[in-house]
Write a protein that binds this ligand. Structure first.
Ligand code: C2E
Length: 533
């Protein structure tokens, strides 16, 4: 008992340590993930903002282009000699007033403005050499200065003698907040026509204008977005300091970190809860053992030829004080996980000795199968328990079959030794649930075994079209080659029994013959099917 308390104290300390570590790791991972998510969110949010600003500029540029096309279209039939007639000047003024962003509408001849909608300002202005001629003949002049617009560099756009005068900076005015830099530039020339804020020349140099581009300029700590106009001649760039994004990030983090902490702590809580449940299962099992809540049932093992009972598998049952039956499929794995399985095995040996004493003595060919776990193989207590069972019941070695699942064979050296020693005292060894676990074949050749128990999953498939039905037959053939006796588990139909018999399986157990029975009922069954001697 002292040992047990020490073990559970050690386990609890380990549990607390693991839990704290888990909470810390989870919280850190959550925070890191939150940061990544928040940063991505903030960058995509700001990229969207820059895209909107860029689209705004492009829309203004495109609307100016449309107005310019209207002007050219309208005057296209006007003869050169009539270009500056009063009615045309009036029309130029109408275009000027109705058009957004048009500073003037003009007629150009020999690279000079001859007449315009604002004659006192623009008439006679010499344009010089255009900086760009577009494929459709549109020519552009930049940096035109007139007295009334001393502070502005004007742009003139002309085709077939008809022109509009623009202030490029108007296209970027009042778009986005002041910390956002905006610029319009020539995609081929990489020349900046107008700008506001920081626009680096290397951004323009690296842009080929084919599609929109987003990147982070690490040197300037800026997020940059660039997009071309429809003709792919002029580009618009918008950029903002990463500092602003970081500010956004901080507000994201203020929401996400508490959330991450809640998730982290909840996960830790769930972990602790699960561990507690596991450990409380352990204490429930220990209580159950102390209160004698465990007992055994015996499932008859039948000779398929004679239909007589040749043995029984001992199956543990747990009935709690409130009359609940807990399935071994539930508590055996929990017992294995928390190391109380060895106490359960010890109880099984005690109960077998008590229950099967008579059967083992009366029928010398009758055997009892006992399930053990991989922990029992390593515990060093198995051999003494077997010896004690033999001694107290007077059973011969061959009347005891130790059923080991494939997991029991995992720890090779230890298992080899234990199984050799068990067999050395005449006791039989069966490999249980064969085919459901790990690489089974190697165990069959490496370990000296007596029985192979074919798992119910394979037996179920016998007589059906399932692929596993072939596996069942392979297992049978393999066992025959290795001269192992076979016990097929979970036989439920006459057809399965028939096929197994034909295939040479000697022993079966299953509901077709009998479910597991309480001690008294088992003896009654044995009386009726007693062909063991
Ligand atoms: N549907 C169906 N089921 C059938 C039929 N024939 C037998 N069974 C059930 O199949 C299981 C066979 O035992 P197992 O494969 O060793 O599988 C066992 C074994 O791995 C483990 N177990 C049971 N008793 C002990 C024990 O004393 N010690 C250890 N370590 N494990 C045990 O718990 C498992 C489940 O045991 P049980 O619930 O008693 O379930 C038993 C038995 O009641 C059939 O025709 N149809």
């Amino acid at each position: 008992m002292n040992n047990l308390l020490n073990m559970s104290w050690r386990n609890n300390r380990m549990l607390t340590g693991v839990t704290i570590l888990l909470i810390i790791v989870t919280a850190f991972v959550s925070i890191f993930l939150s940061l990544m998510i928040a940063q991505n969110q903030a960058i995509s949010k700001e990229t969207k903002r820059l895209r909107e600003i860029t689209s705004g500029v492009l829309m203004r540029m495109s609307s100016t282009r449309d107005q310019f096309a209207n002007v050219v279209n309208h005057f296209s039939h006007v003869a050169e000699k009539d270009a500056c007639a009063p009615q045309h000047i009036q029309k130029m003024q109408e275009f000027n007033i109705s058009g957004f962003f048009l500073q003037a509408v003009a007629h150009v001849k020999d690279d000079r403005i001859v007449c315009s909608s604002i004659s006192e300002v623009f008439d006679g202005v010499i344009l010089g050499t255009p900086f760009r001629t577009e494929p459709d003949g549109t020519r552009m002049w930049a940096n035109i200065k007139v007295s009334d617009w001393q502070n502005h560099h004007l742009v003139v756009m002309e085709k077939a003698g008809w022109a509009v005068v623009l202030v490029p900076s108007h296209a970027i005015e009042a778009l986005g907040s002041s910390e956002v830099s905006v610029g319009i530039f020539g995609i081929e020339s990489h020349r900046l026509y107008t700008s506001r804020g920081t626009i680096a020349s290397e951004w323009l140099n690296k842009y080929n204008g084919k599609q929109a581009l987003t990147f982070i300029d690490k040197e300037r700590h800026m997020l940059v977005y660039m997009a071309p106009n429809k003709l792919n001649l002029t580009g618009v760039v918008a950029a903002m300091p990463l500092q602003d994004i970081n500010d956004d990030l901080i507000s994201f983090i203020q929401i996400l970190i508490p959330l991450a902490m809640v998730v982290g702590i909840s996960l830790g809580g769930i972990f602790v809860y699960m561990q507690r449940t596991r450990y409380s299962t352990k204490s429930a099992i220990l209580r159950g053992l102390a209160n004698n809540e465990f007992y055994l049932e015996y499932q008859p093992i039948i000779n398929l030829q004679t239909h007589q009972c040749v043995g029984a598998e001992a199956l543990i049952r747990w009935k709690t004080p409130d009359n609940n039956f807990i399935s071994p499929d539930t508590f055996i794995p929990a017992a294995e996980a928390s190391d109380v399985i060895c106490q359960i095995t010890q109880r099984v040996f005690e109960l077998v000795a008590k229950d099967m004493h008579t059967a083992l003595n009366m029928h010398s060919n009758f055997h009892v199968g006992i399930n053990i776990s991989s922990h029992d193989i390593r515990s060093g207590k198995l051999l003494p328990m077997i010896e004690h069972l033999k001694k107290t019941t007077g059973a011969q070695g061959k009347q005891i079959v130790i059923e080991v699942t494939e997991r029991g064979f995992l720890d090779d050296d230890e298992a080899l030794n234990t199984i050799k020693n068990i067999r050395a005292c005449g006791v039989m060894v069966a490999i249980d649930d064969f085919g459901t676990g790990y690489s089974s074949l190697s165990y069959l050749t490496k370990f000296q075994l007596d029985y192979l128990k074919i798992d119910k999953t394979f037996v179920d498939s016998v007589g059906t079209d399932a692929v596993t039905s072939h596996v069942a037959f392979h297992i049978i053939e393999m066992a025959k080659t290795l001269q192992l006796d076979m016990v097929a588990e979970g036989v439920e139909t006459e057809q399965q029994a028939q096929i197994l018999r034909e295939r040479g399986v000697k022993y079966v157990q299953g509901w077709l013959f009998s479910k597991s029975l309480k001690r008294k009922d088992f003896y009654t069954y044995l009386e009726k099917h007693t062909g063991v001697n």
